[in-house]
Design a protein around this ligand. Structure first.
Ligand SMILES: [Zn+2]
Length: 218
């Protein structure tokens, strides 16, 4: 369904949702005290770690994509990798977590009752930002902004952020999962740092799936 602001019931407007901003930072390679606790091999299918946010969607999260970009990507190519990222979560539970609605010219980061993914300007060091508006334990709106400070790629090119890799992580926040910052959680999708050219977060680990099912069931 398409929301119309004019048709928004007044009771929804009076909810006065709170906003939390989850910033996903680029890995501080030189700034981190230790990195030797990162497992040398991908152990994500035996790592059951996850952390839940204190709020969640109670209904399917319908989302719109603003594919406008300065990287020369075709709109349908942008849509394709983002829908793929959402589907990576959706196929692990019987609940319909996400529903792609179409393209939009709306921007992420504004409370307008549209769940929007778009590029936009943000400060250096932050790859992407997920905005969550909520009341109590219920999410009302979620947006994700991809930071134009960085170069992006649709196919994991070195020196660029991979859209599908980053969006799979960000959709984890939409699912109600929080970041993990311990080195031992490096190989999970919800690990809170990322690197240029990285694509391993496109696929979920055990902890990511267990966290999803803790929210939505199996
Ligand atoms: Zn994150």
């Amino acid at each position: 369904m398409v929301f119309s602001l004019a048709a928004t019931p007044i009771s929804l407007l009076s909810l006065q949702p709170r906003l939390i901003v989850l910033e996903w930072v680029i890995e501080r390679v030189n700034g981190r005290a230790i990195s030797n606790a990162i497992p040398s091999k991908d152990d994500s299918m035996s790592n059951s770690d996850y952390k839940l946010l204190p709020f969640r969607w109670k209904v399917t999260a319908s989302f719109w994509i603003n594919p406008s970009n300065s990287y020369g990507f075709r709109s349908d190519s942008v849509v394709s990798v983002i829908v793929e990222a959402a589907g990576t979560w959706d196929k692990e539970t019987s609940f319909e977590v996400f529903k792609y609605m179409g393209v939009t010219s709306r921007k992420a980061g504004r409370y307008d009752r549209f769940n929007v993914i778009s590029w936009g300007s943000y400060r250096a060091g932050v790859i992407a930002v997920t905005y969550i508006w909520y009341t109590g334990d219920t999410i009302i709106e979620t947006d994700t902004l991809l930071n134009t400070f960085y170069k992006w790629s649709l196919n994991g090119e070195p020196g660029r952020m991979d859209v599908q890799n980053i969006m799979t992580h960000e959709f984890g926040h939409w699912c109600g999962l929080d970041d993990l910052y311990d080195d031992k959680d490096y190989w999970l999708t919800m690990y809170g740092y990322a690197s240029l050219g990285e694509i391993y977060k496109r696929s979920l680990g055990l902890g990511d799936i267990l966290g999803l099912r803790a929210v939505y069931g199996g």
